[in-house]
Design a protein around this ligand. Structure first.
Ligand SMILES: *Cc1c(COP(=O)(O)O)cnc(C)c1O
Length: 427
């Protein structure tokens, strides 16, 4: 059995069926902005492998950091031990995080970082003697991950409705918009104040569920509401952090800092899984003064040294070049490159912010058209729901962005395909 035939019969891929699964490509290497296939073809990774590969694939500095660390210590349990890469990474994260977020909990994926944030909010209220405050207030249209608690905070009408019965129930305000409309948020707070432990959102860009850019005033309102009611404000910057939208954090657009922040994805530059939940001193202290005093979470591979070393090297790269300027350049190139898509019959809207380019279509083209465009341009795209989009590596040069934009416009020119039985939610 060839590797592809074996894969097809025995291995689940993300959001895929084992019955007549969509095709997968056999990758054998990756370097810079390109993924190399087993047949030698190279595809530009216009998705940054799910928005992680900020510095490009297999960056020599990150590979070297992992190699060097692997010779000394690949892993040690974080219960009862610590190590240099974790200490170094925590220091650096605290130094670049929004003001006051200097307490660090390492998680093994973004979803877990969200679960940890929600447990922090709950434990904070518990420590303050407010046992009824166990719910989060989230925003419709959001996405926070695939584990149970993270799904429960994601769009209630989105890709996870099938699991409604087993998920914890939270509160939702209407999908945030541009321009700003505070009505639904204020209503939800007024109705559920005594049950809310914290507020959570993806700042400025609701990515994996809605590709929705919204007004920064929402973030300022959330900050005010949290202050007035002593809610824990959580910003999930897993997709938006590390310059995806331009500034290091999307919260900078609003000039407010959260009480708890989740980071992941580009943290290691897409080399190895790692995420973190950062908390303010006030949140950490309150939890620590409660009963139990311990924060009740601890993954087996917590603060894996290889991952921490990779993240330190990734943060070094972010520090040695002006990524905000790179992203400003990419933003201009994407805006110009995607503009012509506006006039296409299947296109509803074109949106660009930072290194995110979105063409919203009435319906995605058929699978065959998607594959045809990928192969014609040698540009890897992964459209979902109603979105043909790119989140390219932040090191993409002008020619690469031009190729990506041309591929997106070509795909948006294809006729709408059949409706998907899963709503097309295969981000
Ligand atoms: C991807 C993502 C997550 C989940 O991260 P995983 O590493 O896939 O678990 C959570 N929140 C946001 C905003 C994301 O984009």
């Amino acid at each position: 059995m060839t590797p592809l035939a074996y894969d097809r019969s025995f291995i689940w891929h993300p959001y895929a069926s084992l019955k007549d699964p969509p095709p997968v490509r056999l990758a054998r290497a990756a370097r810079g902005v390109e993924i190399e296939l087993a047949d030698g073809r190279r595809l530009v990774d216009a998705v940054s492998s799910w928005w992680c590969a900020a510095h490009g694939h297999n960056h020599p500095a990150i590979v070297e950091a992992i190699r060097r660390q692997s010779e000394r210590l690949c892993h040690v349990m974080f219960g009862g031990f610590t190590h240099e890469p974790a200490v170094e990474l925590a220091r650096r994260l605290a130094a670049c995080a929004p003001h006051g977020l200097d307490k660090v909990f390492f998680a093994d994926s973004g979803s877990i970082a969200v679960e940890v944030a929600v447990k922090m909010a709950t434990q904070y209220q518990h420590a303050k003697g407010r046992a009824r405050r166990t719910k989060m207030l989230a925003l419709k249209g959001g996405y926070h991950g695939d584990t149970a608690c993270a799904m429960a905070l994601s769009d209630p009408d989105g890709m996870h409705t099938l699991f409604r019965g087993m998920m914890p129930q939270h509160f939702f305000a209407d999908r945030p918009t541009a321009p700003f409309d505070p009505t639904s948020l204020l209503e939800q707070v007024a109705a559920h104040r005594d049950e809310i432990a914290g507020l959570i959102c993806e700042p400025l860009l609701q990515a994996a569920n809605a590709m929705n850019l919204y007004d920064a005033d929402y973030l300022r309102l959330l900050r005010d509401i949290a202050d007035e009611n002593d809610f824990v404000l959580v910003f999930d910057e897993i997709a938006t952090g590390f310059h995806r939208l331009g500034p290091r954090w999307a919260s900078e657009f609003a000039g407010v800092a959260p009480d708890v922040m989740c980071v992941g994805k580009a943290l290691t530059g897409g080399h190895i899984t790692l995420a973190a939940t950062l908390a303010s001193g006030r949140v950490a202290e309150t939890i620590s003064n409660g009963t139990p005093s311990a924060f009740m979470h601890g993954p087996t591979y917590m603060a894996n040294p290889l991952a921490c070393a990779a993240a330190c090297a990734s943060l070094d790269l972010f520090a040695t070049a002006d990524y905000a300027a790179k992203v400003t350049r990419i933003e201009g190139e994407l805006a110009r490159g995607l503009e012509s898509a506006r006039a296409l019959p299947n296109v509803r809207d074109v949106r660009v912010k930072g290194a995110v380019g979105i063409i919203e279509v009435e319906r995605l083209p058929a699978r065959a058209d998607i594959d045809r465009v990928i192969d014609a341009h040698n540009v890897w795209l992964r459209p979902f729901s109603n979105f043909i989009y790119t989140m390219p590596p932040l090191v993409s040069d002008t020619a690469t962005i031009g190729r990506i934009a041309a591929a997106l416009v070509d795909l948006a020119s294809a006729p709408p395909g059949p409706a998907a039985d899963d709503g097309g939610f295969h981000e």
